[in-house]
Design a protein around this ligand. Structure first.
Ligand code: AMP
Ligand code: ZN
Length: 484
């Protein structure tokens, strides 16, 4: 059985193309990461999950040796940055009366917990902008030297008209951009579309010494510097949400191509579509704004907490380039599907610690521009046919049953001999499931007795994530119920 060629839709050419890495020994991908001033929302979760599935697929294909003549030694390097210098960060830290470092550390910590709960692998590298100021300065110096940037009034600006094919990614002409954009007028700007590479910092603002005085970088230059530092002047795939095409990615391309004298920054540009909530644009003013953290740990959305796997499956039911509508109904359906699949998997005694093979039809679906909607149809059909080893292999391919996942923690403590007769209503299962829960409750009571509150909270949250509510009194937990 031959492995199909990977095809991806390239925003640069507006076509689906066969993916061929520049270096068959190392596939290189960069995805724009979070600005760590506030918790990531469920829209931000979309690129995290989508590009994690791509990372997993690339690793799978690399192991098959599709790019190195069957050797299977291709490395996959996935870089997702952390933007820890930004004016939104400065403003939020001041508002909360904490230091910038405290704010970015705290936000990044929650971010890392969130993405782990969503079942995402750690990228190969997560560079921080503040650790790459020297590279940013180098790129800016090169741009000035080659006539693509100018210093004025403590600022350095990119000279947009100096780049003949500026606008290639977003396919807009300079005139259209000027007409469509909210252009900042500033006395130090030569052209309307010129954008900031470096700007001066006041004493109380974070700043670094540079040839243009003490200042800080603009947002776009950060990604040019970090991708250069870790992936080189050109690399294979660059990803992010569709809103980043213009101006962020257009400006990254301008900076990197002009600084390094290259035609392209990355060969394939991939963009996920937007997420809306129950048919409406997500916004704080509409009150439908929901963070990953809230979905996992509070009852804000649909009146209950949701396991990370359920969020992950719900996100993958729609092809990544389509808009997605985030609804309680879709989460319930995802949970029902997962519960029934896992229920059967454990009934059959399949050990999720073992690696199962996904059928070629599943790999085919993913290789066709990451068609996870098609893959989900495959999963349902494998379930209907009772092909559970293949179904488990497919789930594993897209990042389910990872260690530490909530469903695995609960069901994984059972093995075939202990598994109840039926788990179709997985959370309402009979006797043996109750035993498993009772064991967790005892462990929590023991933790409480020894005042190990962290452990006791952890167990409570783990159970809550499965829809189990504990009833506590001063002597410990006396009973629990399954919320449907
Ligand atoms: P930001 O923090 O706004 O820079 O966004 C981080 C990532 O999330 C970027 O790749 C954005 O394109 C993406 N993103 C932001 N909002 C949404 C949304 N509502 N739906 C899908 N992706 C989004
Ligand atoms: Zn970026």
């Amino acid at each position: 059985m031959s492995t199909p060629a990977l095809k991806i839709y390239n925003t640069l050419t507006r076509r689906k193309e066969e993916f061929r890495p520049i270096d068959p020994a190392n596939v290189r991908m960069y995805v724009c990461g979070p600005t760590v001033y506030d918790y990531a929302h469920i829209g931000n979760a979309r690129p995290l999950i989508v590009f994690d599935v791509l990372f997993r697929l690339l690793r799978h294909l690399a192991k098959q040796g599709v790019w190195d003549g069957g050797k299977g030694e291709t490395k996959v390097t996935y870089v997702r940055n952390i933007t820890d210098v930004d004016d939104k960060i400065n403003a939020r830290a001041a508002e909360r009366g904490i230091s910038i470092r405290e704010l970015t550390e705290e936000t990044n910590k929650v971010f890392q917990e969130d993405v782990r709960a969503l079942g995402c692998l750690e990228p190969t590298m997560q560079p921080r902008a503040t650790e790459h100021i020297a590279q940013m300065i180098k790129i800016i110096e090169r741009l000035i030297a080659s006539g693509h940037a100018y210093a004025a009034d403590g600022h350095v600006l990119f000279d947009v008209p100096s780049m003949p094919n500026y606008g290639r990614l977003s396919r807009r002409s300079l005139d259209e951009m000027i007409a469509g954009a909210r252009v900042d007028v500033a006395p130090y700007k030569r052209g309307d579309m010129d954008f900031v590479l470096w700007k001066p910092s006041k004493a109380e603002e974070p700043g670094w010494d540079s040839p243009w005085g003490r200042g800080r970088p603009g947002w776009h230059i950060e990604c040019s510097a970090m991708s250069w530092a870790h992936l080189g002047e050109t690399f294979d795939i660059h990803g992010g949400g569709i809103d980043l095409v213009f101006p962020h990615h257009e400006n990254e391309i301008a900076q990197s191509c002009c600084a390094f004298g290259r035609d392209v920054m990355a060969n394939y540009w991939m963009h996920n579509g937007f997420l809306q909530v129950e048919g409406e644009k997500m916004s704080k003013s509409l009150g439908n704004f929901v963070t990953i953290h809230e979905l996992l740990h509070t009852e804000k959305f649909g009146g209950r907490k949701w396991p990370g796997e359920v969020l992950r499956l719900a996100m993958l039911r729609t092809h990544y380039r389509q808009p997605i509508d985030w609804t309680v109904k879709a989460l319930e359906e995802a949970e029902q599907a997962l519960s029934s699949w896992y229920g059967r998997i454990f009934e059959l005694g399949l050990d999720t610690d073992d690696q199962f093979a996904a059928p070629v039809s599943a790999v085919n679906a993913l290789s066709d521009d990451l068609n996870t909607a098609q893959l989900l149809a495959e999963l349902h059909s494998l379930g209907k046919r009772g092909s559970y080893p293949e179904l488990l292999g497919t789930l594993q391919l897209i990042g389910f049953t990872g260690k530490g996942s909530a469903i695995n923690t609960i069901f994984g403590t059972m093995r075939a001999s202990e598994a109840p007769d039926t788990m179709s209503a997985a959370l309402g299962v009979e006797t043996d499931f109750k035993q498993v829960i009772n064991n967790r409750v005892s462990a929590r009571n023991a933790a409480r007795a020894s005042k190990n509150w962290a452990e006791s909270d952890r167990i409570r949250d783990e159970l809550a994530a499965m829809g189990i509510t504990l009833k506590d009194n001063k002597d410990g937990t006396t009973s629990w119920e399954v919320k449907r």
